[in-house]
Write a protein that binds this ligand. Structure first.
Ligand SMILES: NC(=O)c1ccc[n+]([C@@H]2O[C@H](COP(=O)([O-])OP(=O)(O)OC[C@H]3O[C@@H](n4cnc5c(N)ncnc54)[C@H](O)[C@@H]3O)[C@@H](O)[C@H]2O)c1
Length: 358
């Protein structure tokens, strides 16, 4: 299939694109390039193309594709809080514009990277796809609203599918350290502490980024009637885990590390479990294979191989909110988070040196 991945230069896209190519698909990308230069171990394969914003795309750019995968987003809660209006503009209106353009260009499939965070305050039962949505953040709200608007576009010629990913983990050429497994492992490797910011009791559904890619591939290749206008929670049932269990896995993996509680650590409102049965019943041969423990081991080895330091761990290279704030302060993004230049953004290292010199 000819596939266009929007948001291909981010954490998941940098791994998903080569994954889809290895499966035999012809894959292009489209990205505004917020994380240019934020590379881990060499970064993704370089591309020579202009940055493109989903808020500006039209049908001409989408013609000739069989499927569009939409990963492009301001993609976590802290970023969503930075500017709620812009989060709506990118995550909701940008997504719908991309889908409308795809539909107008005759693209038949649209795979939307949604999130389990749209369930929000879900109570103690594991939530399945038909559970009510109670998002508690602008980020979660935009995912719920985008699904509804995409569903309104579904017809005989256009099939959107909503992949509600659990919280991701795993090593990527565009690494993120603002997500729980990657974060706890990173602090342990760089400081010897597995530092819990909550009391460790909250439940978190988790999924490795390679297994996310596996789910997207399965949906891409599935007969249309299995996935047309359908939502799937993306993860493995056994990877609903408590934060304290992740901490123990990190402690067991990173030699000499100890589990500590941050000052004032208490219960956390984000506490929910997700039912992943529909995905595995629909795709019995899906073969998701990553356990959280294997992911912690992969990360610890990758961090050590890279020589990750605590300063770098906390820097704009790997923490999305910091990178966006840095680009805003340099005037390279305006207050709607639109690029003010098509010139490549400086890498975080260069940027830090420039800031230090002022
Ligand atoms: N990482 C997770 O834990 C997780 C969990 C659930 C869902 N998701 C969803 O999966 C998708 C990918 O997540 P990620 O972790 O790779 O995010 P990311 O922030 O690492 O990457 C997002 C990419 O989208 C690009 N982008 C942002 N705004 C754009 C715009 N207006 N036009 C074009 N490109 C734009 C960015 O430059 C970046 O390369 C997102 O939609 C996210 O909401 C992620």
């Amino acid at each position: 299939m000819r596939v266009l991945v929007a948001g291909d230069r981010g954490y998941i896209g940098a791994l998903m694109v080569p994954f889809l190519r290895r499966a035999g698909h012809d894959v292009d990308g489209l990205d505004v390039g917020l994380y240019e230069g934020c590379d881990f171990r060499g970064g993704p394969r370089p591309v020579a193309r202009r940055p493109r914003d989903t808020r500006d795309v039209g049908p001409v750019e989408l013609s000739g594709y069989d499927a569009v995968v939409c990963l492009a987003a301001l993609s976590n809660d802290p970023l969503g809080h930075l500017n709620a209006e812009t989060t709506y503009a990118v995550n909701l209106r940008g997504t719908v514009r991309l889908a409308e353009a795809a539909k107008a260009a005759g693209v038949e499939r649209f795979l939307f990277a949604s999130s389990c965070s749209l369930y929000g305050a879900a109570g103690s039962d594991a939530v399945a796809e038909d559970a009510p949505m109670h998002p508690v953040t602008p980020y979660g709200e935009t995912k719920a609203l985008a699904e509804a608007e995409l569903s309104a576009l579904a017809d005989d010629a256009f099939s959107p599918t909503y992949l509600r990913n659990a919280t991701a983990y795993g090593a990527s050429p565009r690494l993120r350290l603002d997500i729980v497994v990657n974060n706890l492992t990173g602090v342990a490797v760089t400081t010897g502490e597995v530092r819990l910011e909550s009391d460790g009791t909250p439940w978190r559904p988790l999924v490795h980024i390679e297994d996310i890619s596996r789910a997207f591939l399965a949906v891409l290749e599935a007969p249309r009637d299995l996935v047309h206008d359908e939502a799937f929670n993306v993860g493995r049932p056994e990877d609903n885990v408590q934060v304290k269990d992740i901490a123990d896995m990190v402690r067991d993996t990173v030699t000499g590390s100890v589990v500590t509680l941050a000052d004032g650590a208490g219960p956390d409102k984000r506490d929910y479990r997700v039912d992943f049965a529909k995905l595995h019943d629909t795709f019995p041969d899906l073969g998701m294979r990553w356990t959280v423990r294997a992911g912690v081991e992969e990360l610890a080895e990758a961090y050590a191989g890279h020589g990750l330091t605590y300063d770098e761990f906390q820097s704009a290279r790997f923490v999305r909110l910091r990178r966006i704030q840095q680009l805003l302060s340099l005037g390279l993004l305006d207050d709607e988070l639109r690029r003010t230049t098509d010139e490549p953004f400086p890498s975080p290292a260069t940027t830090l040196a420039t800031e230090a010199a002022r």
